[in-house]
Design a binder for this molecule. Structure first.
Ligand SMILES: Cc1cc2nc3c(=O)[nH]c(=O)nc-3n(C[C@H](O)[C@H](O)[C@H](O)COP(=O)(O)OP(=O)(O)OC[C@H]3O[C@@H](n4cnc5c(N)ncnc54)[C@H](O)[C@@H]3O)c2cc1C
Length: 422
């Protein structure tokens, strides 16, 4: 068990960081835990931002993260450094450097700094143009809708853009989705499934324009966005633009630290990024033995599971250190989950388990895409690697278990509806 004198610093005061801190305490770590986060808000949950909060159904007092212990997060005895940006990491000195040049020493470090939305070049300084990642982003978009915005253009048909489109369409706005690819999420989900998502929006009256690149945004004399110019010369009038063109992991503060940075902080299979340093959540990349690739997963469920795993990994490292390089009392285990994700759009719950990108085959095995109630399976070689479901949560879970077991394609097809076996 840990010595009281040990100090752990967690950078990133959100889902992965808080879950890591909770696990550290749950495993009996009684040293100091300092949580550094650049947002001023107490840690909160992001998925409702594009759903219930934007819809106006939830107040923000439902968002704060809680802990599964009596007394909640307060009972974890954490030292909070909110509104504080980490700007550097000195691995030799074992210190995190803060924006005001203060240095926080640590024995163990959890990197959980998440990701930041890509911006549309040329949109700087125009009001009415937003990304959606933080509570402040969400409140800014919601305020525009509450104030009477009528014409929303969503740039990018990924999950965040699609949820914003669905929520705002349900609130009665005229919505256009612009997507540069020929099919939304085509590379991730495959063409057929991407088309199903596009059609879902069209059925609800959204103008979905595919293969459409944005050339620029025009503002009026008041500096407010008025139209989106397209590469083909057309223009779409807009009084609100939400840009959802993906995120970049927040690793800028780690430049020059000696850690391997490559689309995230690269960890080993156990989440260790360097001796006494672990990574978790949207910022972290690790080699998945199950899928044979480096993964970086931007899912709520992964932030929780990886945060907890990384905390246990860090304690194993600290235990080994305390024993002067002796045998670790806890053997480090690889982190190798089946990633799982959900998205709510209109009255549909979309869920994805496992891996869908780069599949050799996609087959609908339950329900039908026409009814918008189905499960589609993804095959790589002779293995089941992924499952996508729309309004089929129970069935999705069954296939998720098969992926977890490493089931063959034949077994997965055999367990599905007989009509899907051909
Ligand atoms: C609008 C929205 C809807 C979503 N909906 C879903 C959904 O339906 N299903 C699903 O599975 N997932 C969803 N997600 C994804 C999910 O919320 C993320 O995967 C999860 O928040 C990742 O947690 P994290 O702790 O790794 O990173 P984050 O939540 O991004 O937290 C990282 C924190 O670190 C802070 N930080 C960054 N750099 C520094 C620094 N240098 N110093 C100090 N602090 C720093 C950031 O400001 C942030 O507060 C959604 C995300 C968003 C934004």
């Amino acid at each position: 068990m840990s010595a009281r004198s040990q100090a752990i610093v967690v950078v990133g005061a959100s889902l992965a960081g808080v879950r890591a801190a909770e696990e550290l305490r749950g495993e009996g770590f009684d040293g100091s835990i300092t949580v550094v986060g650049d947002e001023v808000h107490a840690p909160y949950d992001r998925p409702p931002l594009s759903k219930q909060v934007l819809a106006g159904h939830w107040d923000i007092d439902r968002l704060p993260l809680t802990a599964g212990v009596d007394g909640g997060i307060d009972a974890l005895d954490l030292e909070w450094r909110l509104g504080t940006l980490a700007t550097g990491l000195d691995l030799d000195a074992r210190q995190v450097i803060l924006a005001d040049a203060e240095r926080l020493g640590f024995d163990g470090l959890v990197i959980a700094t998440g990701a930041t939305p890509r911006r549309l070049p040329g949109s700087e300084g125009l009001s009415g143009v937003h990304t959606l990642r933080t509570l402040d982003d969400c409140l800014a978009v919601r305020a525009e809708v509450d104030a009477g915005a009528r014409r929303l253009v969503v740039v990018g048909a990924g999950f965040i853009g699609a949820e914003v489109a669905a929520t705002c369409r349900t609130r009665g706005l005229d919505v256009t989705i612009l997507e540069a690819l020929p099919v939304p999420l085509g590379q991730a989900l495959g063409e057929e499934m991407g088309s199903v998502l596009a059609d879902l929006h069209r059925d609800h009256g959204v103008d979905v324009r595919l293969g459409t690149a944005v050339a620029g945004l025009d503002g009026g004399g008041d500096g407010r966005v008025e139209r989106v110019r397209l590469a083909d010369g057309a223009a779409i009038e807009a009084d609100l633009v939400v840009v959802g063109i993906g995120v970049v992991p927040n690793t800028g503060w780690l430049e020059g630290s000696g850690l391997t940075l490559d689309d995230g902080v690269v960890c080993d299979a156990t989440t260790l990024a360097a001796p006494g340093v672990v990574g978790a959540g949207d910022v972290a990349r690790w080699p998945s033995r199950r899928f044979g690739e480096l993964l970086r997963v931007e899912h709520w469920d992964n932030a929780i599971a990886m945060g907890a795993h990384a905390a246990r990994r860090l304690l194993a490292w600290l235990d080994a250190e305390q024993a002067n390089g002796g045998r670790a009392s806890r053997e480090p285990e690889p982190y190798d989950p089946v990633p799982w994700f959900w998205s709510d759009q209109y009255d549909r719950k979309i869920q994805l388990a496992g891996r869908s990108a780069g599949a050799d085959e996609v087959r609908v095995v339950d329900g039908s895409t026409g009814e918008r109630r189905f499960v589609a399976l993804y095959r790589r070689g002779d293995r089941l690697v992924g499952a996508l479901a729309m309004n089929r949560p129970r069935q999705l879970l069954a296939f998720q278990r098969l992926i977890d077991r490493g089931a063959s394609w034949a077994e997965a097809i055999g367990s599905a509806d007989p009509s899907a076996r051909s």
